[in-house]
Write a protein that binds this ligand. Structure first.
Ligand SMILES: NC(=O)c1ccc[n+]([C@@H]2O[C@H](COP(=O)([O-])OP(=O)(O)OC[C@H]3O[C@@H](n4cnc5c(N)ncnc54)[C@H](OP(=O)(O)O)[C@@H]3O)[C@@H](O)[C@H]2O)c1
Length: 233
């Protein structure tokens, strides 16, 4: 078995997950990324390059997660970043759409841990990606706010149950250079004006924070906001 760090990024075909996977591949890690489509995931794994391979996986179908991850062997670092977006409000509620996102972000994330925990070592570490919507609701965020609040609780029980494996979560505000926000300049500018740093949070910032959470061996069971101080005002 190679002594390279073995990294798995669930939701590694786009945005923050892809950016983090790219940074790992560039430093020589063995990387597995997942996305829903086999062809797309394999193509993006090839684009990332290095020792990267792609696996198709739909977290909205949690019964199939264990089988989909069956040929992943040792896992040193696991990042779970998948998101299937849902715009929902309580007055015009679409329960099926809400259920899909809650399944992805809560049952799906937990099932990934169930599948991969047996392939982790005592030094392994996990980062779940939540989001600041848990504390800062916005119009249509009802399901996302609920899911990200759940991630905040999930890290605590997972850190206890999986000890000595470490489990932490990162909660970004708007990450300005992700594909989702690329065509929404007004929302990006509003986020910059709310941040005390007066600069956008970027995927590079998130990748650095994820690396910190994975690598610092005393950081465990925490929810780290990455928002330029936005929650203080
Ligand atoms: N972007 C932001 O500003 C922001 C802010 C706060 C929090 N976050 C959090 O950061 C994480 C990443 O967000 P992002 O905007 O960078 O991501 P993104 O670009 O929207 O990419 C989402 C990823 O999730 C995968 N995915 C979608 N539905 C899935 C499903 N049902 N099962 C498995 N995988 C699925 C996608 O793969 P395929 O499309 O290839 O299937 C893709 O790899 C999310 O957890 C999000 O809540 C993001």
């Amino acid at each position: 078995m190679s002594d390279r760090t073995r990294v798995v990024v669930i939701g590694g075909t786009s945005g923050i997950g892809r950016h983090f996977a790219q940074s790992c591949a560039e430093r020589g890690d063995d990387v597995v990324i997942t996305g829903r489509s086999e062809d797309r995931t394999k193509r993006i794994a090839d684009e990332i390059g290095g020792q990267t391979r792609g696996i198709a996986l739909d977290l909205a179908d949690p019964e199939r997660i264990v089988d989909a991850l069956a040929d992943v062997d040792r896992v040193d670092h696991l990042v779970v970043a998948a998101l299937d977006r849902d715009y929902n409000t309580v007055r015009e509620y679409r329960p099926l759409d809400a259920t899909r996102l809650l399944t992805v972000k809560l049952t799906g994330y937990t099932t990934v841990l169930h599948a991969l925990a047996p392939r982790m070592t005592d030094e392994s570490a996990v980062v779940l990606v939540g989001g600041l919507a848990s504390h800062r609701p916005y119009p249509g965020s009802t399901t996302v706010t609920t899911a990200n609040g759940g991630i905040g609780a999930l890290v605590r029980t997972l850190a206890v149950e999986l000890s000595p494996i470490r489990v932490n979560a990162l909660h970004p505000s708007i990450v300005a250079d992700t594909p989702f926000w690329s065509d929404k300049p007004a929302a990006r500018e509003a986020a910059v004006s709310r941040a005390l740093t007066k600069r956008p949070v970027t995927m590079h910032d998130c990748a650095g924070a994820i690396a910190f959470l994975l690598e610092n061996r005393s950081i465990n069971g925490i929810n780290l906001n990455i928002d330029g101080g936005e929650v203080l005002i």
